[in-house]
Design a protein around this ligand. Structure first.
Ligand SMILES: NC(=O)c1ccc[n+]([C@@H]2O[C@H](COP(=O)([O-])OP(=O)(O)OC[C@H]3O[C@@H](n4cnc5c(N)ncnc54)[C@H](O)[C@@H]3O)[C@@H](O)[C@H]2O)c1
Length: 320
């Protein structure tokens, strides 16, 4: 029985991806791996401690568990990477390289590796940013994602590795906390709203960024990986979009349920990072090639976020 390995499984995306993969393929087929596995392990057969930079350990794991498909989510995210540039570059690039090399050597069936809207920079058109456009990122994270995209396309062209990728927008979720990105405010804001405390935002009120609710992102990832190879026309990374919001928009959406919610603004270095990213994304290639369709907009997401984070305290009727 061939199995699926998720590296970086304890992170914001990995936690939910593992859950969905085990529903679709069965918990025996999923292997989770992370440098720091969580205390409460998910209900899958194998969860191992692994450094993605240890190629030998990774190769052994692939052989031992008959791994054919790898999702490599291990990375240092945008805000953290600015503080530890060299380490971030090593993990983001070294991990991808190890996985691509193993895919080539062991003729693995399929690889997923996420890119980000951070590949775009100040010189990129900011509205409806096209699939192919100027990519001059000014952050360590963006540079590593752009280089990664080029390597993915190279391994596909040169060695026939079936590697697939998405440029995720900022992701919002309630099951695991985000890991040091520029869009983390859009998760923290819901926690503060439910604590009935004012939220101090590290971006400006009108800094509008592309965002997506995690269930859509996980579904997109699995749908991309299940699409027939001939449908996958982009081998660098697909633009993907759902909606775009600013902190003021998020606050307004929350106030439809919690009218007394207060937000203040104290922009820091993350505002500079966000200022180089697109306001909105043209994802028509993903929609054409593998039928991508998002389900959640900001208000339907807010309803679920508040409900799930509060148990029964908030429901949709409270907005009336
Ligand atoms: N969350 C977002 O908004 C977002 C947006 C765009 C792209 N992405 C990309 O998606 C991927 C996953 O993001 P996330 O939000 O789940 O990140 P996260 O920080 O929540 O999780 C990353 C996981 O990788 C693990 N990890 C770090 N170094 C490792 C190593 N050397 N070996 C093994 N595991 C290691 C960490 O312990 C962590 O559990 C990353 O590549 C990220 O760049 C995320």
């Amino acid at each position: 029985m061939s199995r699926i390995l998720v590296i970086g499984a304890a992170g914001q995306i990995g936690t939910e991806l593992i859950e969905q993969l085990s529903i679709q393929y069965g918990k025996d087929r999923i292997v989770g791996a992370d440098l720091n596995p969580p205390d409460a392990l998910p209900d899958i057969r194998d969860y191992v401690k692994l450094d993605v930079l240890d190629k030998e350990a990774l190769a052994q794991l692939v052989d031992q568990h008959e791994i054919k498909i790898i999702y490599n989510l291990a990375a240092v995210l945008s805000a953290t990477a600015e503080r530890i540039p060299e380490k971030a570059w090593n993990i983001n690039m070294g991990g991808l390289f190890n996985v691509l090399e193993l895919a080539r050597e062991k003729e693995l069936e399929r690889i997923f590796w996420p890119s980000s809207i951070a590949v775009f920079g100040n010189s990129t058109p900011k509205a409806d940013t096209p699939q192919q456009t100027i990519t001059e990122p000014s952050t360590v994270y963006g540079i590593s994602k752009l280089a990664g995209e080029r390597w993915c396309e190279y391994y596909h062209e040169k060695y026939g590795v079936d590697v697939r990728s998405i440029r995720y927008p900022g992701l919002i979720s309630y099951k695991a906390l985000p890991g040091g990105g520029t869009t983390d405010y859009a998760v923290e804001i819901y926690y503060k709203a439910l604590e009935e405390k004012p939220f101090q935002c590290f971006l400006n009120p009108d800094t509008r960024l592309p965002m997506m609710f995690m269930p859509d992102a996980v579904r997109a990832t699995i749908e991309l990986m299940q699409a027939p190879p001939e449908n996958i026309k982009v081998r660098s990374s697909y633009n993907l979009a759902a909606f775009s919001i600013s902190p003021a928009d998020a606050a307004e959406s929350i106030r439809k349920h919690l009218p007394d919610f207060e937000i203040t603004y104290e922009p820091d270095y993350r505002e500079q990072i966000a200022g180089t990213w697109p306001h909105s994304i043209d994802d028509s290639k993903a929609r054409e090639d593998w039928n991508w369709q998002h389900e959640y907009d900001v208000d339907s997401m807010t309803e679920v976020m508040l409900r799930e984070l509060s148990g029964t305290r908030v429901n949709s009727n409270q907005s009336d």
